[in-house]
Design a protein around this ligand. Structure first.
Ligand code: ATP
Ligand code: MG
Length: 259
């Protein structure tokens, strides 16, 4: 059998010196998608930022298509407290290497450059794509007609929903072999939310492996094969789509019957 798309073993991390998540195991096979569901502030975003190398893992391993993405071993102690920490610490993981391998992370809160236009923003993605085959600009414009209409506008003049669409479009243009989406529909009005959900479902139907964090159980059900429950920085449950209860059922699993 071929290597899994993603194989995370015993991963721990956080914002030094505060540990945020611990001992996470996650495996994603070719063609599969996984969801992560859990309360606010419990470390879901921090875990994803670690997967893509934005922050360093403390221990454990991240393998992408069989290749080790991080330096192995425990994080070293901080010896040089009087020095600039960033200057003396060797990174344990290189986010460029991760993106160039095709592990593409669309971050929570559509972080983008407000003064760039939509087209300028999307053009950056070719740097991450590095010549790998992926979505073409035409395909992305068909998927997000609203983004196509705003091509010449600066990001700061777009609505929240439009920005979120640009973020996902940029992700697709980066030629993902795995697309990580962190709460892409957070805070959107129902109409634009539906447009974005439909677009993500179309992407999923091409067979793209996706890791999706979302609070909407109905949406998760459409996209994922496996759901991970995330609680206090740990995976507290794992279930297939068929085993997934409704929203109240999930809340009961996380918080007990009387939440
Ligand atoms: N840059 C940072 N430096 C220090 N602590 C941080 C940083 N970002 C987040 N935290 C803390 O890490 C913890 C986990 O936050 P994180 O954003 O990973 O949670 P989350 O599960 O994604 O929450 P949400 O559902 O609200 O997005 C929180 O206590 C948060 O305050
Ligand atoms: Mg988050």
């Amino acid at each position: 059998m071929s290597d899994p798309v993603l194989h995370v073993k015993n991963l721990s991390g956080g914002y030094d010196p505060v540990q945020i998540f611990q001992e996470i195991d996650l495996i994603l096979h070719q063609g599969e998608s996984a969801g992560i569901f859990g309360p606010n502030g419990h470390g879901k975003t921090t875990f994803l930022k670690t997967l893509s190398g934005l922050i360093d893992p403390w221990s454990g391993t991240i393998r992408f298509h069989g290749d080790l993405m991080n330096r192995e071993g425990e994080r070293g102690s901080r010896k040089w407290r009087n020095f600039n920490y960033d200057a003396v610490t060797r990174r344990r993981m290189d986010p460029k290497k991760v993106a160039w391998a095709g592990l593409i992370h669309v971050q929570q809160g559509n972080l983008m450059f407000p003064e760039l236009t939509v087209d300028e923003t999307l053009s950056i993605s070719s740097e991450a794509a590095r010549g790998r085959d992926g979505w073409t600009p035409e395909q992305v414009r068909d998927l997000f007609p609203r983004v196509a209409e705003r091509r010449g506008h600066k990001i700061r003049f777009l609505s929240g929903g439009e920005r979120q669409m640009v973020s996902v479009a940029a992700g697709l243009l980066s030629a993902p072999r795995l697309l990580i989406l962190d709460e892409p529909t957070l805070g959107l009005s129902p109409k634009i939310r539906q447009e974005l959900c439909d677009a993500i479902l179309k992407v999923r139907k091409t067979g793209m492996p996706i890791i999706l964090i979302d609070q909407d159980v109905g949406f998760l059900e459409q996209i994922i094969d496996t759901l991970y429950l995330f609680d206090h920085g740990r995976i507290s449950g794992r279930m297939t789509r068929e085993e997934m209860p409704d929203h109240d059922g999930l809340m009961a699993l996380l918080f007990g019957e009387h939440h």
